[in-house]
Design a protein around this ligand. Structure first.
Ligand code: V4E
Length: 195
C-alpha cells in the first residue's frame, strides 16, 4: 500500500466543514525535535532527521531531488539504518554519535493531532504549540498507478470542503520562517523551499 497525502491551510470554516459527519478516530500529542549540522547539510538536501518522542526517524526524498515538488519520502525508522545512512559510529548510542558528528537540534515542535475518517479519506488536524494549524488529507492506494487518481480525489475532496488547494508550508518550514531566517533562507537558496 502507498500513502498519498496532501497538506492544506486550515481556517475555522474549513475545519468545521471537514469534521461535519466525520468519524473521530483519536487524538494524540507528540514532540518532534529536528536535527541538522550548523551548515544545514541534511535539510539543504531535503532530508529531515527528527526525534519523535523517543523514536529517531529520517525522511529521505525519493528520486534524489531536493525540490519542493517532491512529496514522497523513504522513511528510516531504526537506529542502525539511520546510523548507517549518516555513516555514524554504530557502537555508540545514536544520540551521542550524532552529537559527535555535529548534529544539533534546530527546532522543537509539540503537535496535537486529531484524526478523523470521512468518505474513505483520513483527515489529520494538526495544531502546534507555536500557533500554526494545518490539515492533512490521506488516502491509501494499492499501487503506483493509482497515486495520480488518489491525488485528484484528495484535491476534489479538499475543494468540496472549501480548503485552499495550493500547497501549504509544512510545520517545520513555517517554524523556521518565523524563528530562524538564516536557516529558512538557506533552504530557499537550495531550492528545497519555494518562498
Ligand atoms: C517533509 C518535510 C519536513 C519534515 C516533516 O515532515 P511533515 O510531513 O511536515 O511532518 P509531519 O509531522 O506531518 O510528519 P508525519 O507524522 O506525517 O510523518 S519539513 C519540510 N518538509 C517538506 C516541505 C518543504 N520542502 N517545503 C515546504 C514549504 N513545506 C514542506
Amino acid at each position: 500500500m502507498i500513502e498519498v497525502e496532501k497538506k492544506f491551510f486550515l481556517t475555522d470554516a474549513g475545519k468545521q466543514a471537514l469534521i461535519r459527519d466525520a468519524e473521530l478516530a483519536g487524538t494524540k500529542t507528540f514532540k518532534d525535535v529536528y536535527y541538522d549540522t550548523h551548515a544545514y547539510d541534511l535539510t539543504r538536501k531535503g532530508m529531515w532527521l527528527r526525534l519523535r518522542d523517543k523514536r529517531w526517524e529520517l525522511k529521505i526524498p525519493l528520486g534524489g531531488a531536493a525540490t519542493r515538488a517532491v512529496d514522497q519520502y523513504r522513511e528510516l525508522e531504526t537506529e542502525p539504518e539511520i546510523a548507517d545512512f549518516l555513516t555514524l559510529r554504530q557502537e555508540k548510542v545514536l544520540a551521542y554519535a550524532m552529537q559527535e558528528a555535529g548534529y544539533v537540534p534546530f527546532a522543537a515542535i509539540v503537535t496535537t493531532r486529531t484524526k478523523y475518517k470521512k468518505d474513505g479519506f483520513t483527515i489529520d488536524l494538526d495544531s502546534t504549540d507555536f500557533g500554526y494549524e494545518l490539515a492533512e488529507i490521506e488516502r491509501m492506494v494499492s499501487g503506483a498507478s493509482a497515486v495520480e487518481e488518489a491525488t485528484s480525489q484528495i484535491l476534489a475532496f479538499a475543494k468540496k470542503h472549501k480548503l485552499k488547494t495550493e500547497r501549504v508550508r509544512g510545520k517545520v518550514i513555517e517554524y523556521l520562517r518565523r524563528n530562524n531566517k538564516a536557516h529558512f533562507n538557506a533552504l530557499v537558496e537550495a531550492g528545497v523551499v519555494v518562498k
